[in-house]
Ligand binder design. Structure first.
Ligand code: NAI
Length: 482
């Protein structure tokens, strides 16, 4: 890796490969590129210092360069230890004008296969802006909420005058965070408080990060306004669903190459991600089972033709297990003990607490072996083997390359619009959690129609009056669920 410069990536020589894929991705991201063209002259993000914490992929590279084209300065880290595409990170560090010998790009701190210490170091680097008034960003673009969490925990502990001792840590990751914040407190007891004072807001990408934001809002601890990008219709009903429909089987295939047809696959959770995953596996000919806690989603799964079971019902017979819940403790070590030989276990939810990896490692006599990076066998003393993908972390980004460009163009068009909203109209957004107005959601969809040859019908004025909507939209009330 490269040090001594204001970035850290795996291998700068991958930059030209990354640049080629970025160029191909731009064509597949028509919404994002249209927004880039629309705002390039105005530069609404001039003066914005955006800290991004979001999977450093080829698609994210196009997002980053869009923010820069709109006038922003950017510092970036990945939001998962396995999700960086090293060629994309290298291309961002080098920049379109630079070379591997003379990098001129963006401070990016990301490589595939970070340790937890490295991961949180990278997050801190992305949040630390040299030579600025507060030493920090004035905008955050988050995925899962780790950058936002670090700032909030930092401020909380600075107010208290101390961070909890590392001995109180609940797990490895918590210990790393406490270590980091104990260090920053000893270096500068106002680091996070100063930094937070200038942050105009955060735009949050995913269900899990949004959940954290609403918790802080309800607790009264949210420090700055937030836009919930996930709940734009053109995000969660597209990325979470159609994105996972693509990238779930991509991850399983690249990891194992096992034939999915005919196998029994169990998908835990039938929300947006679960719906995409179930369809993806069914498309390959798997017999798909669902677990759910929500009667509405369970009924949807049944009406979509899936059998809805409990984990206990299927744990001994299913071949492939996928968790999609955003909840914790979904598949425990005691469940994995009952699974059949060479069953495959993976998670596509945001965090790694859906599968009890610590419990698995603690089983008496169990042996972990690496088949290749992000694919491990766990062998019981009696010879039974379980295949675990990405150590329980989101497998579509760990074992494959995440969602393809076209769907991410929708998500990232929402992200860019949300950044512009919060940065340019701070007076319209007192501290709270917001979703983008529907006309902007419809705009994002509109920007993707031409590329797919979609021809929209135009409402006639009498028809618009009859159903009570403007001819130019928005076409649905806010409570409509699509
Ligand atoms: P969602 O809330 O729409 O769906 C989750 C579903 O899991 C809900 O229907 C819920 O009832 C169900 N569930 C909760 N506890 C359960 C349990 N114990 N057993 C069975 N089902 C249970 O959330 P969404 O949008 O589907 O996101 C799920 C997770 O995936 C989140 O962590 C999100 O951040 C993440 N995500 C990951 C992506 C990826 O590319 N890997 C893309 C988008 C989201």
């Amino acid at each position: 890796s490269t040090t001594g410069q204001d970035f850290k990536v795996a291998d700068l020589s991958l930059a030209s490969f990354g640049r080629k894929e970025i160029t191909l991705a731009e064509h597949e991201m028509p919404g994002l590129m249209a927004i880039r063209r629309e705002y390039a002259a105005d530069k609404p993000l001039a003066g914005a210092r955006v800290t991004g914490s979001l999977h450093m992929t080829v698609q994210t590279a196009v997002l980053i360069e869009t923010l820069v084209a709109l006038g922003a300065e950017v510092r970036w880290a990945s939001c998962n230890i396995f999700s960086t595409q090293d060629h994309a990170a290298a291309a961002i560090a080098v920049g379109p004008e630079g070379t591997a010998d003379n990098p001129q790009g963006i401070p990016v701190f990301a490589w595939k296969g970070e340790t937890l210490e490295e991961y949180w170091w990278c997050t801190e680097q992305a949040l630390t802006w040299p030579n600025t008034p507060t030493g920090g960003p004035n905008m955050i673009l988050d995925d899962g909420g780790d950058a936002t969490l670090l700032v909030h925990k930092g401020v909380e502990y600075e107010k208290a005058g101390a961070a909890p001792s590392v001995d109180t840590a609940e797990n490895d990751e918590h210990r790393v965070i406490l270590q980091l914040l104990n260090r920053t407190l000893s270096e500068n007891a106002q680091k996070w408080t100063q930094l937070a004072s200038e942050i105009r807001g955060v735009t949050e990408e995913t269900t899990t990060g949004v959940h954290r934001l609403y918790e802080m809002q309800q607790a009264g601890s949210l420090l700055f306004p937030a836009i919930n990008v996930n709940d734009s219709v053109t995000k969660s009903k597209f990325d979470n669903k159609y994105g996972c429909r693509h990238s779930l089987v991509d991850g399983i295939n690249r990891a194992t190459d096992v034939l999915i047809g005919g196998k029994v696959a169990l998908v835990c959770g039938y929300g947006d991600v679960g719906k995409g995953c179930a369809e993806s596996l069914r498309g390959q000919g798997a017999r798909v089972l669902i677990t759910e806690v929500d009667p509405i989603c369970a009924l949807q799964a049944a009406m979509d033709g899936y059998q809805v079971v409990t984990l206990d019902d299927a744990v001994e017979t299913a071949d492939i297990f996928v968790t999609t819940t955003g909840n914790k403790d979904i598949i425990m070590a005691s469940d994995m003990a009952k699974m059949k030989h060479q069953a495959i276990v993976g998670n596509i939810g945001h965090f790694d607490n859906e599968i009890d990896m610590a419990g698995l490692a603690a089983i008496d006599g169990i042996v972990k072996d690496e088949v290749k990076p992000q694919v491990h066998t766990w062998t019981w003393p009696d010879g039974k083997i379980l295949i675990v993908l990405s150590e329980g972390r989101l497998l579509n980004l760990g074992n494959a390359t995440g969602h393809p460009s076209f769907v991410m163009s929708n998500s990232f068009a929402n992200q860019t619009i949300a950044q512009i909203e919060l940065f340019t109209k701070p007076e319209s957004y007192p501290t709270d959690v917001y979703v983008l107005p529907k006309h902007l959601d419809e705009k994002v969809a509109r920007l993707h129609l031409d590329a797919l040859g979609v021809k929209l019908t135009t409402l006639r004025p009498e028809q618009a009056a009859y159903i009570g909507v403007p001819v130019e939209g928005p076409y649905k009330p806010d409570h409509y669920r699509y």
